[in-house]
Ligand binder design. Structure first.
Ligand code: TMP
Length: 208
């Protein structure tokens, strides 16, 4: 595939969506064809599955059903959006991808971790070229997330302890996988963007 696949990861309210938008704008100034998309969602059918996942009560799905819904939405998104873009020389920026499932659904449950690994191989079969982890203090990010007061609070409702554990899991993935780069997201939007741009421009050999 001729394109380049960048994913942004982080706990709720980490500011990764803002960073994804700024990154898209910057890449466009370099003449790059860019697709900015997100998970769960990105295309119509997958957005419909998103509504099932991010709204409603915490116990509405069992952990396994929830994991399968994320993979159903991901498969549709891959087929309809990500793979065609990567095949046509496009830089794809995806706000969350499979690492989110490993962190949020996998947690410390070995059975689910194995299911996610297997589904990644059998159903997804695609690794990002570069993953940026926007690392922030969970206390700060949670209050930011809840302040937005959308209906999409099923995971934010999991509270501070959940977000702290998610942060630690992200940090250990970042140590484990070469494609992961941790960005300090505790500074302002511009300062974080500069750190994001440094990583991306180094990887894509672009200079200002
Ligand atoms: P967002 O607010 O970053 O768009 O993500 C929506 C929520 O979905 C967020 O709380 C994290 C959660 N999520 C998972 O639990 N597993 C996944 O695989 C993905 C992609 C998101």
């Amino acid at each position: 595939m001729s394109g380049y696949f960048i994913t942004l990861e982080g706990i709720d309210g980490s500011g990764k969506t803002t960073q994804a938008i700024l990154l898209e704008k910057k890449l466009v100034t370099f003449g790059k064809k860019v697709l900015l998309t997100r998970e769960p969602g990105g295309v119509k059918g997958a957005e419909e599955i998103r509504n099932l996942l991010v709204q409603g009560k915490r116990d509405r799905w069992s952990p396994t059903t929830e994991t399968l819904l994320f993979f159903a939405s991901r498969k549709h998104h891959l087929e309809k959006c990500i793979l065609p873009a990567l095949s046509s020389n496009t830089t794809v920026i995806c706000d969350r991808f499979s690492d989110s499932t490993m962190v949020y659904q996998g947690g410390t449950n070995l059975e689910l971790i194995n299911l996610i690994k297997n589904l990644n191989e059998l159903v997804v079969g695609l690794e990002p070229d570069l993953t940026l982890l926007i690392d922030v203090d969970p206390q700060k990010s949670l209050s930011r997330g809840l302040k937005r007061s959308t209906k999409e609070d099923r995971f934010e409702m999991f509270g501070l302890e959940f977000q702290e554990k998610a942060r630690l899991r992200y940090q250990s993935l970042a140590k484990e996988l070469d494609r992961f780069h941790m960005i300090d997201g505790n500074g302002g939007i511009e300062a974080t963007h500069e750190l994001v741009w440094k990583e991306v421009s180094d990887h894509l050999n672009l200079s200002d």
